[in-house]
Design a protein. Structure first.
Length: 141
């Protein structure tokens, strides 16, 4: 996928097999790049500019496949908005956890207060709290 990212810093690395690559800390987290031409260009832009790159994801790893140009010089690539949590096939489990937290939050509100004060927006806020708790817990492990 094509993304516009900012290069914050980099470090030269080498695989166990001796292949050289560069690890970049970006606005999207750490990413590795094995393309030497792209590495040269990205190193020049560290801490300065937003760049367009082709990014690949494999499980929890993100790699820069190719440098596509500075965001100011090329048409800016559409930045993807975060979607649902990647659950690795465990969606039902996470939904269940969110439901349990939501029910506990709602259970702490009296029926009278719920009927008098909580509107649809309040219910959505409680659900968003439950979702954030599960996302944070997932990142912690």
């Amino acid at each position: 996928m094509k993304k516009c990212i900012e290069i914050l810093e980099f470090e030269d690395k080498e695989t166990q097999a001796g292949k050289k690559y560069v690890r970049f800390r970006t606005s999207e987290g750490w990413m590795s790049c094995f393309d030497s031409k792209s590495n040269e260009e990205l190193k020049k832009r560290s801490g300065e500019k937003a760049v367009n790159c082709e990014i690949t994801e494999s499980g929890e790893f993100k790699n820069i496949k190719k440098f596509l140009g500075d965001a100011s010089e090329t048409p800016q690539v559409e930045i993807e908005t975060p979607g649902p949590v990647k659950t690795n096939g465990k969606k039902e489990m996470y939904v269940s956890y969110v439901k349990d937290i939501f029910c506990q939050l709602v259970g702490r509100i009296s029926q009278k207060e719920f009927d008098d004060k909580i509107e649809n927006e309040g219910i959505e806020n409680l659900m968003n709290i439950a979702i954030r708790v599960i996302k944070k817990a997932e990142k912690s492990f």
